[in-house]
Design a protein around this ligand. Structure first.
Ligand code: NAG
Ligand code: NAG
Ligand code: NAG
Length: 299
């Protein structure tokens, strides 16, 4: 126990900012747990993640954490976006940024989803005009607004009263070099329905970073499936994410797992993608793996 604690403490001191495969796997696992992979997206759509999408609403003290529940009032103004690339990410080319409402978990997706924001031709990272670009803990700037072409201006969520916990996704898509905006979404277009998976397919774009929040108004009159439980079986291919996703299994991660034991359907807090705390989870999981290794050696 003492050795384990010391080991975890030592590990917690290193590499807080690295965006590794474990953290990307957590994003995919949480999209899966929220039912966003299945009806809306296929699993393969999340095989090209290259980093984390950092989103901060001005009225919030902390950046958005994956699956966080936010009030309608909190999300009316367009937030600030940054990109935390993994070691293998390339920042060249142009990007699309979108905010998409996939309704509650279990809602019929056959009519598509609701587009609240769509901007094409965005550049990412340093072009010298953003001093924050050198802040490695906070990733690089996403130059939405200035460099890109806005199709749908940011329109704050307004879920109908009683219509359940809506899942609003921010998606950062990498455009191909020969990107062409599809007809109907190639010039200023107000909020409306679209099929985001078809959009991604037909434009040959790739989801490189993603996050989501939950917004609900009034008491739900729909029977939504929960969005909070990361199914450990679904991420078992990636050891670090099993630990990150299942949280409460370790008796040593109590500093970070207040939001983990959520059998409560109303509570949709999932994994935290705030750079510091999820890397702490990754570090914890690395520590546990190292410990398992140690135990094997000692046995
Ligand atoms: C980056 O690529 C290397 C070599 O293919 C791989 O081992 C590593 O896991 C990759 N990292 C991420 C975050 O995908
Ligand atoms: C967006 O980028 C594409 C591909 O790079 C280009 O063909 C198109 O003209 C750009 N659109 C605008 C409005 O700049
Ligand atoms: C979520 O859980 C927290 C802590 O258990 C509780 O205070 C809060 O009221 C819950 N929120 C909802 C929407 O149930």
């Amino acid at each position: 126990m003492l050795i384990k604690s010391l080991l975890l403490a030592a590990l917690a001191g290193v590499s807080v900012a690295a965006v590794d495969e474990g953290r990307l796997a957590v994003v995919k696992a949480d999209f899966n747990a929220a039912g966003l992979i299945g009806d809306e997206f296929q699993s393969e759509d999340f095989n090209n993640l290259q980093g984390l999408l950092w989103v901060k609403f001005d009225n919030q003290d902390e950046p958005l954490s994956l699956g966080q529940r936010l009030s309608k009032d909190a999300v009316q103004e367009k937030p600030e976006f940054r990109y935390l690339p993994s070691e293998n990410a390339t920042l060249d080319g142009q990007y699309t940024l979108a905010l998409i409402d996939a309704d509650y978990n279990g809602a019929d997706q056959s009519e598509g989803q609701t587009r609240h924001f769509l901007e094409n031709n965005i550049s990412v990272g340093g072009d010298g005009d953003d001093s924050d670009d050198s802040d490695s803990d906070n990733g690089v700037a996403i130059h939405d607004g200035d460099s890109g072409k806005v199709i749908t201006s940011y329109t704050g969520p307004g879920p109908a009263r009683g219509s359940g916990p809506h899942r609003y996704q921010f998606l950062l898509l990498k455009q191909p070099q020969d990107f062409q905006a599809p007809d109907g979404l190639d010039s200023q277009t107000p909020l409306g329905k679209m099929n985001i998976a078809d959009y991604i397919d037909s434009t040959n774009s790739k989801i490189v970073a993603a996050t989501y929040f939950i917004c609900e108004v009034g008491d739900s009159t729909v029977s939504a499936k929960p969005t909070s439980t990361v199914n450990t079986a679904s991420v078992s291919a990636t050891p670090s994410s099993v630990v990150a996703g299942s949280g409460g299994n370790s008796d040593n991660d109590n500093e970070n797992d207040n939001d983990d034991n959520d059998d409560n359907d109303d509570n949709t807090s999932a994994q935290n993608t705030d750079p510091d705390s999820s890397s702490t989870r990754a570090v914890l999981s690395t520590g546990l793996l190292a410990l398992v290794g140690l135990a094997v050696v000692l046995a």
